[in-house]
Write a protein that binds this ligand. Structure first.
Ligand code: DGI
Ligand code: FE
Ligand code: FE
Length: 193
């Protein structure tokens, strides 16, 4: 399958807004891939597909996860917004036949992040934050930093996410915390060194 077919797949599975968002994320991912020396075609595919399961109702997402033998941790059971990334990766493998680990990883970790993220995982995570459809306060600052320093913008995005989740009083996934801790330690040690 190529990008045209992936667009057709998401056009069928997503509502108008989410479809538009996915195209914007794929465009942002291509730009970042060019800046940071990743494969733009893979970035485009991962960006296009990252939210492929997002508009499926939560009860149906749960059903599909059972079908694919996905076992959720307690934090994941209580955070339904994380499901589309976990299920999305399984859908790419099981239904679309995608085996490329760069694309699978980028979809799997686009919501939480994790420790030891690959370049492609960081690119899609950041593209999801700065895509043209995003309008939240502070997005312009993230867009500027994203062009200059990927580690820096990842740090800021993870801090922003964790602060918002804590403010909302919802569980924070250990992968999100691990991603944040790893990058903050990396930045502090660079400053010292
Ligand atoms: O799918 P998008 O809306 O484009 O973006 P996303 O996949 O980053 O999902 C963002 C949502 O996921 C947002 O409402 C916050 C939520 N989220 C991200 N990390 C965590 C989380 N929710 C919980 N409970 N715990 C997390 O660690
Ligand atoms: Fe998402
Ligand atoms: Fe998204």
């Amino acid at each position: 399958m190529d990008i045209t077919e992936y667009r057709r797949v998401i056009r069928q599975l997503l509502g108008d807004y989410r479809f538009h968002h996915s195209i914007c994320v794929s465009e942002a991912a291509v730009e970042l891939a060019k800046v940071y020396g990743a494969d733009p075609e893979k970035a485009q595919m991962a960006g296009t597909l990252h939210d492929v399961m997002k508009d499926i109702p939560h009860d149906e997402q749960m059903e599909k996860m059972r079908e694919y033998n996905i076992h959720l941790t307690t934090e994941e059971q209580y955070a339904p917004k994380l499901w589309h990334a976990i299920l999305g990766e399984a859908y790419l493998r099981n239904v679309l036949g995608i085996i490329d680990p760069e694309i699978l990883g980028a979809v799997r970790y686009h919501t939480t992040g994790k420790a030891g993220m690959t370049l492609m995982e960081q690119i899609v995570f950041t593209a999801d934050f700065i895509s043209a459809d995003r309008t939240y306060d502070g997005v312009e600052k993230f867009r500027k930093t994203a062009k200059k320093n990927l580690t820096q913008v990842m740090h800021q995005e993870l801090a922003y996410t964790i602060a918002k989740l804590a403010k909302d009083g919802v569980p924070i996934h250990p992968d999100t915390l691990a991603a944040y801790n790893e990058i903050s330690i990396q930045i502090i040690s660079q400053k010292k060194g």
